[in-house]
Every structure is written in C-alpha cells, then in structure tokens.
Write a protein that binds this ligand. Structure first.
Ligand code: PLP
Length: 399
C-alpha cells in the first residue's frame, strides 16, 4: 500500500526502556542468568491489603463502567493525600483519575497545547515527555542541565528558553533518570519565572514518596495561589505502592483543566479500570506500613549501589536522593577498547554488558544524555550485588 500513515505517529520513537526490559526477559526465558538494571518498576508484590480490596471489588460486582474521570471515593482519597502529603488543597472536581501517569501526561498536554506550542523539558528527562508532547501537537524545547547543577533546571535557564510560544515547563521531582530532588529555593525561583511569564508547570511527582535522607519532597504548587493556578500536579500509584500493572494515575489542576481532561478521557478511554480504582482507594486510605518497608529497602540498596559505583574505575555518579535510579556518567568508557574492539558509544557498552555479562542497563541517549546510563535499583539486593560485580569486571577488562 502506498497510503501515507500519520506523520505525527511516525515521529514517535518506541520506548527504549521497555525494549531493554523485554530483551532481559527474553534472555531469562532462554535460561540466562540476567541481572536487569533496566526496569522502572519495584520488584515487590503489590501489598496484600490492596490486592484484597480488588478481590472484594470483583466479588461485590464492582465491574462496570464508572464515571469517566474516576469514582468520587478515589478522588476524595486523592484530595486527602494531596492535603496531608503535598500541602495542596484540591476538591474532587479538580481531580482526574487516569490509566497511569503516562495517560495523565497525555491528558495534560492534549488539553494545554495548540499546534506549535512549546514545552520546556529539562534534560536529562524521562524519555516519554518529548514523545507525548509531540503527539499532542507541541514542540519539545530541551534545556540541558549540567552535573554541577545537579542535573536540574535553573530559573535562569528557564527564563532564557521561554519564547512567545512557550506554554509550559515540565518539572519532575524526584527525577527519573537522575534521582535528584529540587530544593525549595530552586522551585521557588522557577515558580517566579513561571508566574512572570504566565506559563504552566507540569509537575510530575510520580516518585514523591521515594525520597531518602534529610531533604523532603516539595510540590511547586504549594507556594501560593499564583503558582497553584498555573500548575497541574501529576502523580500515581505505580511506583510508591508497587502497582505498575494496575494503571492508576491522577492529576490535580484547576477545575477548568480537570473538566477538559475528563471530557477528553471520556472519549479516548472512558474510566480507568473499576477494580483498580477500588484498590487505589485502599492504597491511599489504608495502612502505609508496606510503603515504608519498600522505602527502607530501596534506601538500603541505594546506599550500596552508590558506594559500589563510587569505587569503580572510569564511571561516576552523584548521590541519588529519590526515585530508584542512579544516573551514571560513563563518558570515559567511550574510546576504550574491549577485546580489541573500540567502544564508540554508551549504547555499544550496554550491548556488551547484556551480551557478554548478562547485565541489562539503560543507555541514556533517549533521556537527552548520550554519555550516561541509568541503573534501576528496584531489583533484589543479591541481583544488585551480582550486577555490580559484573559491571566492575567489564570495566577492569577495558584497555
Ligand atoms: N513519570 C515518570 C517520571 C516516570 O518515570 C513514569 C514511569 O516510568 C511515569 C511518569 C508513568 O508512570 P505510569 O504510567 O506507570 O503510572
């Protein structure tokens, strides 16, 4: 057939992280002992109380359509969490429950953008932002942050990037892939630029509960009415409650934006899964001890992996403070030789690691940083230990 398909869809790259996870799974299925540092999902089972709530929902026959933007009970639970955890006041008509964080972001950009509108995306970025923005007809404007800045967007850099086409800026804290957190001072300075230039903030706070050490998670919308009105706060259940497969995300925004997102969703997907919504109510309102347990295990792994990387030759990282990723600068590996062959890119390094060392890592070119790789520590400690040993052996092999 010679009929042309959608230009917009043709421009979208497939998710390389999902591809790496799939490759690791495939090799495992062939009997290989693969360590997978690729996965962006906790290795824990979904807590039992949450699973039981879902089973009860099925047995109670809660298996039909719900309101498209989510059930009232879940919106109320989200409002309660926003108030107690994020210090944000939202009412249920400001909440949209969606099919995961990716879907929330799709709703947000669909509602915010007209063709050609620009969205400032700080790099390193989670690889889906530019693709979702493009699908919504927008233009991603990438602003690269340095290691000295903690890989975070500064207010000055934002100011410079803003044009008369800028509609929004994405602020992701805790950050995927860097594990960095924005401080209150950094967010306040960004908020001032946002208000001054009358743009929106898309605040992706998906990893808000996975913060380690002294610093706390801060929601930019909590600084006052002017920034609150310009922010769409986005989060979900996937990472904090180990509910990646349940597909529940949510947003807090102005009523006007929430209403528009609800209308869009009513045509595109209808409601998120009814059973998962009941499970999400239990996750947010029920006991939080399993979240704390997962959190402290992540923290233990984080400290271990950070120390191991610091002790390795040729690579380095900055201490991650949140989420479950370490962002590794491997620039010095490029140009080294492995078994007589020169390594030309981090993608090649990743290929050698998976093929010769049964270790999957994520090269970060698709995250806007071609000399880096991302390691997820959302895998068992023994796996991390084994994987670190393998990466170390590989690095020591290089000439
Ligand atoms: N935001 C960030 C920063 C993420 O890393 C992810 C998932 O990897 C999401 C949003 C989307 O989460 P989900 O669609 O699984 O709820």
């Amino acid at each position: 057939m010679s009929l042309e398909l959608s230009k917009k869809a043709a421009e979208v790259k497939p998710s390389s992280t999902l591809a790496i996870t799939a490759k690791a799974k495939e090799l495992r299925a062939q009997g290989k002992d693969v360590v997978g540092f690729g996965a962006g999902e906790p290795d824990f089972n979904t807590p039992e109380n949450i699973c039981n709530a879902a089973i009860k929902a099925i047995n109670d026959g809660f298996t039909k359509y719900t309101p498209a933007s989510g059930i009232h009970e879940l919106k109320e639970a989200v409002c309660k969490k926003f108030k107690s955890f994020n210090h944000l006041e939202y009412t249920p008509d400001q909440i949209v429950i969606s099919n995961g964080g990716k879907h929330s972001l799709t709703n947000i950009f669909t509602v915010l953008l007209n063709p050609g509108d620009e969205v400032v995306i700080p790099a390193p970025y989670w690889l889906s932002y530019p693709e979702i923005v493009k699908l919504a007809g927008g233009v991603p404007v990438i602003v690269t942050a340095t290691e000295e800045q903690g890989y975070k967007l500064t207010a000055e850099a934002l100011k410079e990037a803003i044009t008369d086409k800028t509609k929004a800026v994405v602020i992701n804290t805790p950050n995927n892939p860097t594990g960095m957190l924005y401080t209150e001072a950094e967010l306040r300075a960004i908020a001032d630029v946002v208000i001054e230039n009358d743009i929106y903030v898309v605040a992706d706070e998906m990893y808000e509960k996975l913060v380690y050490g002294e610093q706390e998670h801060i929601s930019i919308a909590s600084f006052g009415k002017e920034i609150y009105d310009r922010t769409i706060t986005c989060s979900g259940l996937a990472k904090s409650y180990s509910m990646t497969g349940w597909r529940i995300g949510y947003t807090g925004s102005s009523k006007e934006i929430a209403k528009m997102m609800g209308s869009v969703q009513s045509h595109q997907t209808s409601n998120p899964n009814s059973i998962a919504q009941i499970a999400a109510v239990e996750a947010l309102n029920g006991p939080q001890d399993s979240v704390e347990k997962m959190h402290s295990e992540f923290d233990r792994r984080r400290k271990y992996i950070y120390k191991r990387i610091c002790d390795m030759p040729l690579i380095h990282t900055i201490e991650p403070k949140g989420a479950f990723y370490v962002f590794v600068d491997a620039a010095q590996v490029i140009g080294k030789s492995y078994q007589g062959r020169k390594i030309g890119s981090i993608a090649e390094m990743a290929e050698i690691l998976i093929n010769d060392y049964n270790t999957a890592v994520v090269p970060c070119a698709d995250f806007g940083f071609a000399n880096h790789l991302r390691l997820s520590y959302a895998i068992a400690m023994e796996q991390i230990e084994k994987g670190m040993d393998r990466i170390e052996s590989f690095l020591k092999e290089l000439k």
